[in-house]
Design a protein around this ligand. Structure first.
Ligand code: HAM
Length: 531
């Protein structure tokens, strides 16, 4: 037999393993608890969505959508449809050469029938784009005269020729693949969900949080993965009161404090809004200023002067820094409303005792932001030190086909949060066992199974070896697993009803009856938890 291939996790993805997963769980539990105290409820959106959703929300020109998204056609049976299409085009060529349209018209009929049957059997998913193309094709097809197309018609009139030409064109253009994408972020999904479930009817604002994997085809490095995890929250609807911005930021800072993240630094900015007297006017000024220094900029920045001048401010290139420092600043160009909003957000943060720095260059890499943007960095992460990013996105729900809706939120990079906690010594230790049951003999085994069940029901972490081990060997294993106690059960102990409990740290032993043992362990645990 050929040697089986050696499988490995795909580049940029990884297994999260114990004991580290215990830390992930602790962090996630803290998020549920803290976000709950701020009145947020959990949403669990799907992991894949129409590609179009992210293209619209995040922006077709952004790196996330244009370079990093995992998108693919959602049709397993596409090959067959493509084959039918190719055959039809051959039949069309034949018709043009021979003036006999019978094969072509029949072919189209079969094509339409085959799609219908396959979609009824659930073998094809007909998305909205394909459905509308299909409807148009059927509509045109229905306009063909009802004749026996298999016989050789003497003459086809011009109108029929036009219809056949239109059908052929439609078949060529027919795209049966509605593209779906693994979500690169979840704000778009939450907004889609808000619209889909008519959440604007609920008391506003609606406060939702989520956690789970996101996917971006980035170059993997420390703190940057292709499958990574976010914990995020969104506030949708109601007003754009600066207190909402400040409370959302306060919430994430409270969470970081709860999990013990060190070296946390919050940076904020306002990027104005999309009205002629605000951001667009600034962007034009910035573009003009950039044109003046174009020759001194790198290729990426030069390109961005055209596509998205704000992103030049994001540049990390050493030699561009002194040039960027001289560029016009958005704070000096905000409209009166945005300037007042930003000033109020800062006051609200101060009121809540949330420390922040300002950075006029914080523009963020997603298109939906307006007004407040923020980022949080933490210690021990090297160049990928942003552990959270967020901002306001009024207008996004409307862009996705919903009612005008205010919105603000953030997402924490959970992988980075965990890395930073580990770097500062707050990682998880291997999970120790409370009780290791060392048993020998048939009667002892029955008692051991019973004891394991009772102890586990009482919440203890119990290890019960599946096969008999000599007591010496069993105690060795108990030690390796970091067990606190070993319960020693031989047939004698069981028949005498006197069970031996050994404390592994100091080697002391005590004897108990079965019910006494459980009471002892419970009270030892309770006093351990109090200590
Ligand atoms: P983002 O800045 O693209 O924003 O991502 C938020 C955080 O996710 C980053 O600060 C980082 O910690 C983490 N992250 C991003 N990409 C990776 C990666 N490849 N590997 C590891 N961690 C990563 C958003 O996603 C917005 N949806 C945030 C938001 C919510 N804004 C408003 N509401």
């Amino acid at each position: 037999m050929a040697k089986p291939p050696k499988f490995q996790a795909i580049r940029g993805t990884r297994d999260l393993l114990p004991p580290e997963t215990a830390l992930w769980n602790r962090v996630e539990e803290a998020a549920h608890a803290v976000f709950g105290t701020f009145g947020f409820g959990e949403i669990r959106p799907p992991i894949f969505e129409p590609t179009e959703l992210f293209a619209r929300a995040v922006g077709g020109e952004t790196d996330i959508v244009s370079k990093e998204m995992y998108s693919f056609p959602d049709n397993p049976d596409l090959g067959h449809i493509e084959e039918l299409k190719a055959q039809l085009l051959e039949m069309f060529v034949f018709y043009k050469e021979s003036d006999y349209a019978g094969f072509f018209v029949h072919g189209v009929e079969n094509f339409l029938q085959s799609i219908e049957q396959r979609s009824q059997r659930g073998e094809l998913s007909v998305g909205s784009e394909a459905q509308s193309d299909l409807d148009k094709l059927r509509h045109i097809f229905a306009r063909l005269p009802r004749t026996d197309w298999t016989s050789v018609p003497s003459e086809i009139d011009q109108e029929t020729r036009d219809i056949i030409a239109q059908i052929s064109l439609k078949v060529q253009m027919f795209r049966f693949s509605d593209s779906v994408a693994l979500r690169p972020e979840a704000t778009a999904s939450v907004c889609r969900g808000y619209i889909e479930h008519g959440m604007q009817q609920l008391p506003q604002p609606v406060k939702l949080y989520y956690m789970g994997p996101m996917f971006r085809r980035e170059r993997p490095q420390k703190g940057r993965y292709r499958q990574f995890y976010q914990i995020g929250a969104e506030v949708l609807g109601g007003s754009d009161a600066p207190a909402i911005d400040a409370e959302v930021i306060e919430m994430v800072m409270t969470f970081f404090d709860r999990v013990g993240l060190s070296g946390v630094e919050l940076t904020i900015n306002s990027i104005g809004h999309n009205a002629p007297d605000c951001r667009p006017a600034y962007v034009e000024k910035l573009r003009a200023a950039l044109e003046q220094v174009k020759d001194k900029l790198g290729a990426d920045s030069q390109r961005r002067i055209e596509t998205n001048p704000l992103r030049v401010l994001d540049s990390k290139l050493e030699h561009e820094q002194p040039i960027i420092a001289t560029l016009p600043r958005i704070a000096d160009h905000l409209c009166a409303d945005c300037a007042a909003h930003y000033a109020a957000v800062k006051r609200q943060l101060e009121l809540r005792g949330v420390f922040f720095k300002e950075n006029w260059r914080l523009v963020r890499g997603l298109d939906y932001y307006m007004r407040t943007t923020f980022e949080i960095t933490a210690k021990g992460l090297g160049s990928q030190n942003a552990v959270c990013g967020g901002g306001r996105y009024d207008g996004l729900v409307e862009l996705l086909g919903g009612p005008p809706t205010k919105g603000i939120g953030f997402a924490i990079g959970e992988d980075r949060l965990i890395l930073s906690l580990q770097e500062s010594g707050k990682g998880a230790a291997a999970q120790a066992r409370d009780v290791y049951i060392a048993w020998m003999g048939e009667h002892a085994y029955a008692a051991a199974v019973r004891a394991a069940k009772d102890l586990r029901n009482a919440g203890f972490n119990v290890e019960l070896p599946p096969t008999e081990l000599k007591f010496g060997k069993a105690l060795e294993r108990a030690d390796k697993l970091g067990s606190r106690y070993a319960l020693i059960l031989g047939d004698n102990e069981v028949s005498e009803g006197s069970w031996t409990l050994k404390t592994l740290a100091d080697g002391t032993q005590q004897k108990f009856t079965e019910p006494e043992l459980l009471d002892f362990l419970k009270s030892a645990k309770a006093s351990g938890e109090r200590a």
